[in-house]
Design a protein around this ligand. Structure first.
Ligand code: ARG
Length: 466
């Protein structure tokens, strides 16, 4: 009798309390093992730390502790090799592993769950798993930033028309433009570091919801598992999923950044812009139009952003109106979280390669910057330096631009005499400021687009990312 347990009877009924088994449909509906099995390593690590503490506290005998360690090592090997038999009727990863442990080591396996519930167990597992994924994503974010910094450095001097409202505004360095994305991804990494602190707290010891009557040493378990704190309220410990939502929100912002970059890459690659080309390996052709090369990867990334946003909404909605403490609703946290992690990791990995493989077309960018009177602000600034109030300078230049448009030429192509008609303070030194290069070089302010500033930022990023 000692090697049988409740799990052997699970195909009939959950426990002696139950007089009938679940239908197959209900079993399939309530089971999570098909997806939560990916938590297996965290589940084993958590169990081992719990068992070690139980033994240290004299709650579990040394022989039982040794048997649990031995059994868990076997189980880890089975799972890694694919030999482990996952059973739907055992519902989730936790019950599957515990049942196998009992099969392998007998009563010691049945003692593992002393002072523990699946409620604090699953919360611990998800936190352990997510903590590792956060670290992995941090690494991938650094990789993408490095790729962007590399391309920015090569193209610090390349002139791109800067847009506001998608109308030509002022010339900017292409490198400067890419560094704007580096700032975004740096903030994403910063957010992860911050929210990791709240992920990295130990729920174990909360048991089902109220704590436990065994003299557990929660601090010891926390230390063993690398948690930096212990959840301080047992009800909150088992029901809190804020950490998952925070992560999901940070992941959403990260994908929003990827999506914005994607949108620009797609526009830039369009024949109407012709600013860049993406390497063939990130594109596909058309089944009907032989000339087509489509930027599928950035398009998909833009599309997948919607799905990550959806997961955030799912998680927030999952928690809304849940009474304390644990509710089975929480089993629904996993698929959105898992898919978010998978999507973000794949996307960041691909984008680091995609960015590194971009072909930049400086001539097309510069030609485009020469349209749209991109240095009009520079002419206004020039007049201010000659003593005009900025508003008057702005108005004088507006007249000059209107004239240039009527003449069908760029502002910078107007002859000196024509320019002087709009203000006598204009001298022949004006052409230095009307050139794209002059405009760029003038923006020496911290964070400005002058190539020397861009290089300073690149140096800062390189140190930060080293
Ligand atoms: N599979 C469950 C989950 O993911 C584990 C916790 C089950 N707890 C319970 N009281 N039924 O949330």
């Amino acid at each position: 009798m000692s090697n049988t347990n409740q799990f052997d009877k699970k195909s009939q009924a959950w426990s002696a309390l139950f007089s009938e088994p679940m239908s197959d449909l209900v079993q399939r509906y309530t089971a999570s093992v098909d997806f939560d099995r990916r938590l297996w390593r965290a589940d084993i690590d958590g169990s081992l730390a719990h068992a070690e503490m139980l033994a240290a506290q004299g709650i579990l005998g040394a022989a039982d502790h040794a048997a649990i360690e031995r059994g868990m090592a076997l189980i880890a090997g089975e799972i890694e090799s694919g030999a482990f038999e996952w059973k739907l009727e055992l519902e989730d990863v936790h019950l599957n592993i515990e049942a196998r442990l009992t099969q392998l080591v007998g009563d010691a396996g049945k003692r593992l769950h002393t002072g523990r519930s699946r409620n604090d167990q699953v919360a611990t597992d998800v936190r352990l798993w997510l903590r590792a994924e956060i670290d992995a994503i941090g690494g991938l974010l650094a990789g993408l930033q490095r790729a962007l910094v590399d391309v920015a450095e090569t193209h610090a001097e390349v002139i791109l028309p800067g847009f506001t409202h998608l109308q030509v505004a002022q010339p900017v360095s292409f490198g400067h433009h890419l560094l704007a994305y580096v700032e975004m991804f740096a903030r994403d990494a910063e957010r992860l570091v911050d929210l990791r602190k709240r992920v990295n707290r130990l729920p174990l010891g909360a048991a089902a919801l109220a704590g436990t009557s065994y003299p557990l040493d929660r601090e010891r378990v926390a230390r063993a598992l690398g948690f930096e704190a212990v959840c301080q309220n047992s009800l909150d410990a088992v029901s809190d999923r804020d950490f998952a939502i925070e992560f999901s929100a940070a992941a959403t912002l990260c994908m929003v950044h990827v999506s914005r970059l994607s949108e620009e890459l797609i526009l830039w690659m369009s024949q109407s812009f012709g600013f860049i080309d993406l390497a063939d390996r990130f594109c596909t052709g058309s089944s009907i139009m032989p000339q087509k090369k489509n930027p599928d990867v950035p398009e998909l990334a833009r599309g997948k952003t919607g799905r990550v946003v959806g997961h955030l909404v799912a998680l927030v909605t999952l928690m809304k109106a849940q009474p304390l403490a644990y509710n089975k609703d929480n089993q629904e946290d996993k698929e959105p979280l898992f898919d978010t992690v998978d999507t973000v990791k794949d996307t960041l990995r691909i984008f680091a390669e995609l960015v590194a493989g971009i072909t930049v077309k400086p001539d097309a960018m510069e030609r485009a910057a020469l349209k749209g009177h991109a240095t009009a602000t520079d002419l206004a600034d020039y007049l201010v330096k000659k003593g005009l109030p900025f508003r008057d300078a702005h108005e004088a230049v507006a007249h000059a631009v209107k004239h240039a448009i009527a003449q069908g030429v760029e502002l910078s192509a107007l002859p000196l005499a024509a320019l002087q008609a709009f203000h006598p303070a204009i001298g022949d030194d004006v052409y230095a400021v009307l050139t794209l290069r002059g405009s760029l070089d003038a923006r020496q302010v911290l964070g400005g687009t002058a190539p020397t500033q861009v290089r300073a930022q690149i140096a800062r990023h390189r140190t930060r990312l080293a």
